[in-house]
Design a protein. Structure first.
Length: 211
């Protein structure tokens, strides 16, 4: 929600001190974070005990996901994980698409570089326009608006201007922290981003977010 990276080095040290396992849900990192897109643990250079990810976000919007971990945990989940037991397997076409996405991702440093460049450009453009962002480096970039009605008005205005965004407000985020959560991707061109920045500026003025 906030576009922050977990402090995995510190979390790993704490877990080691107290004999705990570390589990990371890496759905918002799989494929584009860390070397070869191997995720948050690889980015931090830390090994974790359980790692979950989705095939449905950076891997191209197919469906399905995975859990990696010790065999004993996997054996237990095969018996106890409710969406696993009594459900059909993924369709072969989806599996084929996911495997192809994994092949692309391993060698996609150019796409990851473009994503990072787009996130940097988008963050600095919104900041220069006068918006309040949560600081960071993640390509999830929340534009903080505070009030739920204001976030809804701003999102509706942006949709009218051809920029698709969704407002997030309580109970999805804490009260008073309503926002529009923007997300960068590698396919967006500089012209796309400039067009969206113009729309954000116009919508910000129309709704009174910007003076
Ligand atoms: C999207 C998401 C999931 C679920 O992924 P699906 O494959 O869409 O079911 C799980 N955890 C987090 C943190 C997510 O963002």
């Amino acid at each position: 929600m906030d576009g922050y990276y977990a402090k995995l080095t510190e979390i790993r040290a704490l877990a080691d001190r107290f004999g705990a396992l570390v589990m990371v849900d890496d759905c918002h990192a799989t494929g584009f974070t860390g070397p070869q897109g191997r995720g948050t643990p690889a980015r931090a250079g830390v090994s974790v005990d359980l790692l979950t990810g989705t095939l449905g976000k950076a891997l191209g919007g197919a469906l399905g996901g995975y859990i990696a971990g010790p065999q004993a945990v996997i054996d237990l989940l095969r018996q106890r994980a409710r969406p696993y037991l009594f459900s059909n397997a993924l369709p072969p076409a989806v599996v084929g698409a996911a495997l192809a996405a994994l092949d692309i991702i391993e060698g996609a440093d150019d796409l990851r570089d473009r994503l990072t460049a787009n996130a940097t450009y988008w963050r600095s453009g919104l900041t220069a326009a006068g918006f309040t962002l949560l600081p960071g480096e993640h390509p999830i970039i929340p534009v903080m608006l505070g009030d739920a009605k204001l976030a809804q008005a701003m999102a509706a205005d942006l949709n009218q201007r051809g920029v698709h965004v969704a407002p997030f407000f309580f109970p999805v985020v804490p009260k008073g922290q309503a926002r529009i959560r923007t997300q960068m991707n590698a396919a967006l061109t500089r012209a796309d981003l400039d067009q969206a920045l113009d729309a954000f500026t116009a919508a910000g003025k129309a709704t009174g977010v910007l003076a």
